[in-house]
Ligand binder design. Structure first.
Ligand SMILES: *Cc1c(COP(=O)(O)O)cnc(C)c1O
Length: 423
């Protein structure tokens, strides 16, 4: 399997090359040259085993092919339960070490990249922009890996206090920068730094954002596995609601469906950042300034992965037939948190609650089982959840063990400020 840029201006890359580069040299995003057809139900069992079957074609011909099983055993070492909440399913993706689904992509990327670089002589410098959860997951995945260094950029004042501790409490080779701007600014700064000649001369640069195809491949696997599990028991297809921001998660689910997993509808649940819903409605792609919401990990006004989605579904009519997108406001999110607690005794993070709140708008698109991706653990957002449910959320073991926050370095929202800080 080779990987091609969405912009068509770069040579085909091997998997190892695409993982290492992050962004394609022409500024595009790497896509698998084709999406392989699944041979059928990969069977029940541990996600690591099922994922090894699903991902084998993506490793075909690469130097890492023989190590796929070991990579997944290392990266996917926590449970992924699909639980019932009334009539809907909730796919709990938050049982990893930083309590958000970002652990799958970050741990898979770190396990793959460090194996691919076994004989590398230069330092690896991983740059990552975060709306809250990616940075902590990437820091945890790369921390104390010899020969690797991580720089995390986050929008100052726009992540939760727990997330800020997950970003700043590291020692050694993980540095956090609080940017005077939005997530979209952070992402632009990272993209610019990846192309900066002076930085490239110092170290091998890579991005751990969902512009990196290595974040998307592992995320495909649990959507496929859950859909096959539903189909085995109930027949038919599973429909997913995916709380969305930068749209890497939803793109991974689209990959799984294109490969033949029994997935029906894919609904993108956005908060008040309505760039994608507006695009599907109007047919005009118009990135917007970021709006602050209580589901802050989804505060993205210019989602990167629409470049992949529009590559797959180039005209808006096709996109409309393949995807639903809706937007819910903070009041609807709060209501969903309260109702889940009062009616089902379940605690939801604000992002998962946005997915549950969106269900009413999309459910009529298809019969059968609807599953909401539970993207983070509620204990990451006690300031928001506790007042709504009248108690502190259940603790998450990994969060209880976090060290104290350190003062991050603050920088202006310009590429030059980043280059100066990390150079
Ligand atoms: C990152 C994140 C999202 C959005 O995922 P994208 O791939 O950026 O669309 C949703 N919820 C949580 C908790 C997240 O951390």
């Amino acid at each position: 399997m080779r990987y091609a840029s969405t912009r068509g201006g770069a040579a085909l890359a091997s998997l190892s090359e695409a993982l290492a580069a992050g962004l394609a040299p022409d500024g595009g995003l790497y896509m698998p040259e084709r999406l392989p057809a699944l041979a059928g139900d990969p069977g029940e069992g541990r996600l690591a085993s099922v994922a090894t079957i699903l991902l084998a074609p993506f490793f075909d011909g690469d130097a890492l092919a023989g190590e796929l099983g070991a990579i997944l055993d290392e990266a996917f070492d926590f449970p992924v339960p699909l639980v019932a909440m009334g009539e809907i399913g909730v796919l709990e993706l938050f049982h990893g070490p930083t309590a958000a689904f970002k652990d799958f992509g970050a741990r898979f990327l770190a396990a793959s990249l460090m194996r691919a670089r076994r004989r590398a002589t230069r330092q690896l410098h991983v740059l990552v922009a975060t709306s809250g959860d990616t940075g902590g997951a990437v820091a945890a995945a790369f921390h104390r890996r010899p020969g690797a260094r991580v720089s995390v950029l986050y929008p100052k004042g726009m992540v939760s206090p727990t997330q800020e501790r997950q970003l700043t409490s590291w020692d050694g080779d993980v540095a956090a920068y609080a940017v005077h701007g939005t997530f979209d600014d952070c992402q632009r700064m990272v993209k610019a730094a990846l192309c900066n000649a002076a930085l490239r001369a110092q170290a091998d640069l890579s991005s751990a954002n969902s512009i990196n195809i290595g974040r998307l491949l592992p995320q495909m696997t649990y959507f496929a596995a859950a859909a096959f599990a539903v189909s085995r028991v109930e027949g038919g297809r599973a429909n997913f609601v995916i709380p969305s921001g930068n749209l890497g998660h939803a793109t991974a689910c689209v990959f799984a469906r294109e490969m033949g997993a029994p997935i029906g509808e894919i609904a993108l649940a956005h908060n008040a950042n309505r760039t994608m819903p507006d695009y599907l409605e109007s047919g005009v792609w118009r990135p917007r300034p970021t709006v602050r919401t209580i589901a802050s990990a989804m505060d993205v006004g210019d989602p990167s992965n629409t470049e992949r989605l529009r590559f797959l579904y180039p005209d808006v009519a096709t996109a409309r037939s393949k995807l639903a997108a809706c937007s819910v406001d903070d009041d609807a999110i709060r209501r969903a948190v309260r109702e889940a607690w009062e009616e089902h005794g379940r605690q939801l993070c604000p992002h998962t609650a946005a997915g549950v709140a969106a269900l009413g708008q999309v459910r009529s698109r298809a019969p059968g089982r609807w599953i909401v991706a539970a993207t983070a653990h509620p204990a990451k957002f006690p300031e928001i959840i506790a007042p709504l449910i009248g108690r502190e959320p259940e603790p998450h073991p990994a969060l209880a063990a976090l060290g104290p926050a350190r003062r991050p370095r603050e920088i202006a929202a310009t590429p030059a400020a980043l280059v100066e800080a990390i150079g």
